[in-house]
Design a protein. Structure first.
Length: 134
């Protein structure tokens, strides 16, 4: 599998304060990371840029900037690694071309077995009827 590497100069990392509970530490330490990656200005191939820009992803702005927020970990370094890894995952996923799936039909044996089980179930349900009193 071909992995695409993105140079560090093509994205910017900004430290911000993390959201959520965490006590006094979360209010004074900027441990979350904002990663900004300009798709149009990157060194990626043109077809990959087009594929990335056509993703239905809220993290990609109208100007073509991918913004990731990493705040899962308590340390800034771990969040940096997480943000860069997620960026690489998104780009590599966009580079994968899925094979075309052709619609197939079930075989004769499968159709026959399905119809036989349907008739068997129908007979079982018929036997559940009320017994006629004499």
């Amino acid at each position: 599998m071909f992995m695409i590497h993105i140079p560090e100069a093509e994205y910017t990392l900004t430290a911000i304060r993390a959201q959520g509970a965490g006590g006094q530490n979360v209010n004074k330490v900027s441990s979350a990371i904002h990663l900004r990656f300009d798709i149009n200005a990157s060194s990626l191939s043109d077809w990959l840029k087009i594929r990335l820009l056509h993703l239905q992803d809220n993290r990609i702005s109208d100007e073509g900037v991918l913004v990731l927020k990493a705040q899962q970990y308590r340390t800034q370094e771990a969040n940096k690694r997480d943000a860069v890894q997620r960026l690489h995952d998104i780009v590599n996923a966009a580079s994968q071309i899925k094979p075309v799936r052709y619609a197939t039909r079930p075989g004769r044996g499968a159709v026959r077995r399905r119809l036989e089980t349907k008739t068997q179930r129908g007979h079982v349900k018929q036997l559940r009827g009320k017994i006629a009193a004499e």
